[in-house]
Design a protein around this ligand. Structure first.
Ligand code: FAD
Length: 476
């Protein structure tokens, strides 16, 4: 009997267990743009750009294998059961999602299908191990990363990835769908095309993901341990948006890296442990579905944030006066991505020096990151804010100047994204306000006009953050 193959966040043909499960049968591949289902956590602006292009790539790949993608817009709860009925499918296959809104929706869809004697079958696709399969000795979810990572490693190598099928069999008369343009994902009519530089960096889709992986294995992987801390070079994989949309699976990445670096797992551990941070975030989101909105550590729920629209805007626009932070925020705006080290420094400045709630930062990242991922984004923000289960202690306040000097010592990254500072000598590029007037003049920099002074002085920001923490009884 025919089957429905419902693509959600696993936009690939290789290593796709749901696809493998239906490969011998007539199949209707389906994507539903269900804008309302996710509430505030529907894809943000940058992710919509990504999705638009990723769907085009998926549609082309499916058409080439003989089973074109049906694209629909509306409520999946209605459309998925209706499509199953229309083509006489007994089963709907899909990759399992971990977002709270998606789990609830899948529960309702499974019920609706069962009422019509059909089944929703969910496959492990987005993670190496499903959260309920990784539990501590006492049967509890892990709240701390290191024992979690050890437990996952102790489960052994993940199964080898599945090949992509050469051909698919379409259902005889598929229903008519929408064009991708009709979804209104991107560009949005009447809005400026702020993604115009994205294509220089990104190629959404499975082929783009494989290219990225090859590029990483051909170079950066060997020097990852140090390279990953240098935002001025391509020292990391750049796989995050591809993983986010499931254009490549963590299992494919894991095995490719193991093949490139065979032998002792320890050799690849610095990189694989990042893949496990992603897993850990999914684990947390699964067991703590409140994570995107509420502090996981209860006592942080009354933290005395001082919401301030002007400060938030200065941060969003890369005008805090701290060069490493501003370079990061401008990289984010231009390319929909920011280097991990800089994400940490920028996020820390927002929640500590500026005392803005981490949720405000997470929301901005959600809208502007091409890799915006509910699990990784909210877990990372809570980690920085000190409110996560396994978080950096709040009292550890990064000094954005010293961090800049440590990780971008020649100012290569800052010069690229904040051209107003490009002419300064290295020693002032992370502290332009300390440069003597004649040095600034020679560099063509007028502080306050071309580039702002710091919105808050470091020592003052630090003291304010620590005072706020002290005000939070029992939180230290
Ligand atoms: P690599 O260094 O090549 O790492 C390989 C993969 O491991 C990444 O693609 C990613 O899937 C995973 N990974 C790496 N670091 C982390 C981490 N700390 N937590 C979870 N997974 C990780 N990552 C997202 O994918 N989506 C987000 O929305 C997101 N928001 C973040 C917000 C903040 C405040 C911070 C500090 C980090 C956030 N990260 C997020 C984690 C990390 O910054 C990115 O995954 C990483 O920069 C992506 O670049 P890469 O693919 O080159 O990483």
């Amino acid at each position: 009997r025919p089957a429905l193959l419902w693509f959600r966040q696993d936009l690939r043909l290789a290593d796709n267990p749901a696809l493998q499960a239906v490969a011998g049968r007539p199949v209707l591949p389906l994507f539903v743009w269900d804008e309302a289902a996710a509430g505030p956590w529907g894809p943000g602006g940058a992710a919509r750009w990504w999705l638009r292009h990723s769907l085009a790539a998926l549609a082309a790949d499916l058409a080439a294998r003989g089973a074109p993608l049906l694209v629909l817009r509306g409520r999946a709860e209605i459309l998925v059961p209706a499509m199953a009925e229309a083509v006489g499918a007994a089963e709907v296959h899909a990759g399992r999602l971990h977002e709270p809104w998606a789990r609830e929706r899948d529960g309702r869809i499974a019920e609706a299908l069962e009422a019509a004697r059909r089944r929703l079958r969910l496959w492990t696709s987005a993670v190496l191990r499903e959260p309920p399969t990784v539990m501590s000795g006492s049967g509890k979810p892990y709240a701390v990363y290191t024992p979690f990572a050890k437990a996952v490693a102790a489960m052994g190598e993940p199964d080898p990835p599945l090949p992509a099928p050469d051909r698919l069999h379409p259902v005889p008369s598929p229903p008519a769908g929408e064009s991708l343009e009709a979804l209104g994902l991107y560009p949005v009519a009447g809005e400026p095309d702020w993604a115009r530089e994205f294509p220089a960096l990104w190629q959404p889709g499975e082929a783009g993901a494989q290219d990225r992986l090859r590029r990483f294995l051909a170079g950066p992987v060997a020097g990852y341990t140090t390279g990953r801390n240098d935002p001025g070079t391509e020292g990391t994989s750049g796989l995050s948006p591809h993983l986010r949309w499931g254009e490549i699976s963590p299992r494919q990445v894991w095995h490719a890296v193991r093949q490139a670096q065979p032998g002792d797992l320890a050799r690849s551990w610095p990189f694989l442990s990042e893949i496990l941070w992603r897993e850990f975030s999914y684990h947390l989101l699964w067991h703590r579905p409140e994570m995107p909105e509420r502090a996981l550590r209860e006592r942080f729920r009354t933290f005395p944030w001082q919401p301030d629209a002007a400060l938030l805007q200065a941060w969003q626009r890369g005008r805090t006066g701290y060069p490493i932070v501003d370079a990061g925020m401008r990289q984010l705006w231009r390319f929909g991505w920011m280097h991990n080290r800089v994400r940490m420094i920028a996020a820390s400045l927002l929640v500590k020096h500026l005392l803005q709630p981490w949720q405000a930062g997470a929301t901005w990242f959600w809208d502007t990151l091409v890799d915006a991922d509910l699990a990784s984004n909210s877990a990372s923000w809570q980690w920085i804010a000190g409110s996560g289960t396994d978080a950096a202690p709040y009292f550890r306040v990064f000094n954005p100047v010293l961090q800049g000097e440590k990780f971008d010592p020649e100012g290569r990254y800052v010069r690229r994204f904040v051209p107003a500072l490009a002419g300064l000598p290295d020693r002032y590029v992370h502290r332009p306000w300390e440069a003597p007037e004649e040095v600034r003049r020679a560099a063509g920099l007028a502080l306050g006009r071309d580039y702002p002074r710091p919105v808050v002085e470091h020592a003052e920001g630090r003291a304010r953050a620590l005072a706020a923490l002290r005000g939070l009884r029992g939180a230290a």
